[in-house]
Design a protein around this ligand. Structure first.
Ligand SMILES: Cc1ncc(COP(=O)(O)O)c(C=O)c1O
Length: 366
């Protein structure tokens, strides 16, 4: 079976650096908020050009802490996409606020910006686009909509898009707040859970830093209600080691994505990339009819596939009651029935990529 994501091979390539970084932490023993935490944050500030990076225990926690820092409270509304991983809406509902879903674009699968304005009410406090499959949403347009209304902050859910570029700027630094995940399979992954919040707003950064340590402004002074949301020093050490070849991995991701596009061109429909931005291909995703049959044929050929995501959030049992839907979400529903992600990681070689593309074309046209 071809691996869906080849993390073992990546580890082999970086073994000495990763082991050295981990051993350093074991030697100094500062497992919580050790020096690697700030070192990683500083490196990521430099990479994204955001003024502040606040590392946290996961991508989900990054979104939750961001909303808490904005003071999102019960009854507030947050406009987002229904076609995303559940964490995007989960954190909104956890705070008693209401996810308000608008439909997506059929070709990029990102939020349809033309539908956002109609969803705004006096209760709207934030817009949370998702940069799905590694490609930033149309952030400038979204920022412009937010700017026309008082009290609406834009949070990019960049869990899948760390390293992507939009109009010359890095994902995570495209709006007031950007949140990412270092889940192992993400473009920049650690070896467990991890995440980060990016902002250039000093007050939001300070609030996020306090909230991640139980709302503490000084030791045992709890200025606000917070969470236990720190990222482990060991996980930061892994990210630091992986950063050594991250730029190279991004370049490889772009080349492999373009190569898949060329191999499948006019034979299999794939998610589209806009010309003013890059995708880091957190997933390489195609759209097929009769998905189950195509998946079965590929599995038979030793090619694993995955579905991100089979059911849009407005149809998920836990979210039917707690969300608000604006207009038809027919594109999300249609796309959810057709998307299928292929094996993809910077370790994918061109021979394997050819095998995958040929098997897919054959299965789609069987
Ligand atoms: C779009 C999106 N948002 C949020 C998350 C949550 O990140 P984590 O798994 O690190 O909590 C993910 C992770 O899969 C994601 O894909």
């Amino acid at each position: 079976m071809i691996p869906f994501i080849d993390l073992k091979q990546q580890y082999q390539a970086l073994k000495p650096q990763i082991q050295e970084r981990i051993n350093r932490v074991l030697d100094h023993g500062q497992y919580i908020m050790g020096p690697e935490v700030r070192e990683m944050e500083a490196r990521l500030e430099h990479f994204t050009e955001a003024k502040h990076c606040i590392s946290v225990s996961s991508g989900t926690e990054a979104l939750l802490i961001s909303l808490m820092a904005l003071g999102i409270k019960p009854g507030d509304e947050v406009i987002t996409t229904p076609f995303t991983f559940v964490a995007t809406a989960e954190v909104i509902v956890l705070l008693g606020a209401v996810p308000v879903y608008v439909d997506i674009e059929a070709d990029t699968c990102n939020i349809d910006v033309s539908k956002i304005e109609a969803a705004i009410t006096p209760r709207t406090r934030a817009i949370m686009p998702v940069s799905l499959y590694g490609q930033p949403a149309d952030m400038d347009e979204i920022n412009a909509i937010a700017a026309r209304h008082p009290n609406i902050t834009v949070i990019e859910d960049a869990a899948q898009s760390f390293g992507a570029v939009y109009k010359g700027r890095k994902s995570c630094n495209l709006s007031t707040i950007g949140c990412t995940s270092f889940f192992p399979s993400k473009p920049l992954g650690c070896y467990g859970d991890g995440g980060a919040i990016f902002t250039s707003d000093d007050a939001i950064a300070q609030a996020c830093r306090e909230i991640r340590v139980h709302g503490q402004s000084k030791r045992y002074v709890h200025t606000r209600v917070g969470v236990g949301g720190r990222m482990d020093t060991l996980q930061c050490a892994v990210v630091l080691a992986k950063l050594e070849r991250f730029e190279q991995e991004i370049a490889t991701r772009l080349a492999l994505g373009a190569r898949f596009n060329a191999l499948l061109n006019e034979k299999v429909e794939a998610v589209t990339q806009r010309s003013d931005r890059t995708s880091v291909f957190g997933q390489y995703t195609v759209l097929v009819d009769d998905r189950e049959a195509v998946q079965a044929a590929l599995k038979e050929a030793g090619i694993p596939t995955a579905v991100h995501y089979p059911v849009p959030l407005h149809l998920q049992p836990a979210y039917v009651e707690s969300s608000r839907v604006v207009g038809e979400l027919s594109v999300s529903e249609a796309v959810a029935a057709r998307v299928m992600s292929l094996p993809f990681s910077p370790e994918l070689d061109s021979t394997t990529q050819d095998v995958i593309a040929n098997a897919l074309v054959e299965a789609v046209h069987a």
